[in-house]
Design a protein around this ligand. Structure first.
Ligand code: ADP
Ligand code: MG
Length: 275
């Protein structure tokens, strides 16, 4: 296939939306897999105690496995916790185990509680891992794990489900991003919005798409991810949809979305404000 440009500097994207079930994990693993197909080395950091990204990439994540939890504690390096997926040697994952479940509370009393992931994403870690892209898959909350992800990243990618109440809660997400910009990470930008689970048979999906494009303009990817059974089946086989059914509409739309992400680069992006 055609090649995608390697970013001039490695890009770290936080995939965030405090709503559950909007396609954060699906988008993180499939965008990462699509970039890996193009030879771009990509790391997924699973920051959700549910471990769905680890499951989708079929990476060991039983309790006790070196994971993002030990990374946050400073016990292991990111490179030590990173596992190569069986799907591609270019696709790596730092898994989340159930041990992460208590960390929102454990972190509260720790020093530099907001910057622990950023510290782990050090120059040495990048030298060891040799990755071009990092996707951080956030839990469905705006707690300290998501704050760690926003502090560690340059970019936020927000998946929005083409459903009722799609924009609900976005104001809160954006004001949290603004707070992080003001206090912890001034260069953070919402670089990418991805519309997911689009159902072309419904008028509603088009209305949501229009509303999101009116609000956010350029930041919204042209590619929209369709609702597709293949996409939802893939994790059950420990695969991304790109491996599970590469010719499917879901797989091809994630390839297109990844191409857009790679081609527009890190330059573009808006600040946290809604308008
Ligand atoms: P989140 O990480 O935001 O909670 P997920 O990525 O886990 O959301 O997606 C929620 C559910 O919707 C999962 O069961 C997933 O398989 C399914 N899903 C995600 N994207 C699609 C899609 N494009 N088509 C069909 N099902 C999808
Ligand atoms: Mg998830």
């Amino acid at each position: 296939g055609n090649t995608l440009p390697r970013p001039r500097r490695r890009r770290v994207l936080t995939v965030a939306n405090q709503k559950g079930g909007v396609g954060k994990t699906t988008s993180a693993v499939n965008l990462a897999a699509a970039l890996a197909v193009h030879g771009l080395r990509t790391l997924v950091i699973d920051l959700d105690p549910q471990g769905n990204a680890s499951t989708a990439l079929n990476v060991e994540h039983r309790s006790g496995t070196p994971s993002v939890y030990e990374v946050l504690l400073g016990e292991v390096s990111l490179a030590e916790a990173a596992a190569v997926s069986e799907q591609s040697p270019n696709l790596l994952c730092v898994p989340a185990t159930i041990d992460l479940a208590g960390s929102e509370i454990e972190l509260v009393s720790m020093s530099s509680r907001e910057t622990r992931l950023k510290e782990a994403l050090s120059a040495e870690a990048f030298d060891e891992l040799q990755v071009d892209y990092v996707f951080i898959d956030c839990p469905p909350s705006l707690g300290l794990l998501t704050v760690n992800a926003m502090v560690a990243a340059q970019e936020v990618l927000i998946p929005i489900q083409c459903e009722y109440y799609a924009l609900e809660g976005l104001g809160q997400l954006l004001s949290n991003i603004e707070l992080v910009q003001q206090h912890l990470n001034p260069t953070l930008a919402v670089s990418t919005i991805l519309l997911t689970m689009y159902d072309g048979r419904t008028k509603l999906a088009d209305q949501v798409t229009q509303e999101v494009r009116n609000h956010f303009g350029e930041v919204v990817l042209k590619t929209v991810i369709p609702r597709s059974v293949k996409v939802s089946e893939a994790p059950g086989y420990g695969q991304t949809v790109l491996a599970y059914d590469p010719g499917s509409r879901g797989a091809m739309s994630y390839m297109d979305a990844a191409k857009e992400v790679a081609e527009r680069g890190a330059e573009q992006g808006v600040r946290g404000e809604l308008s």
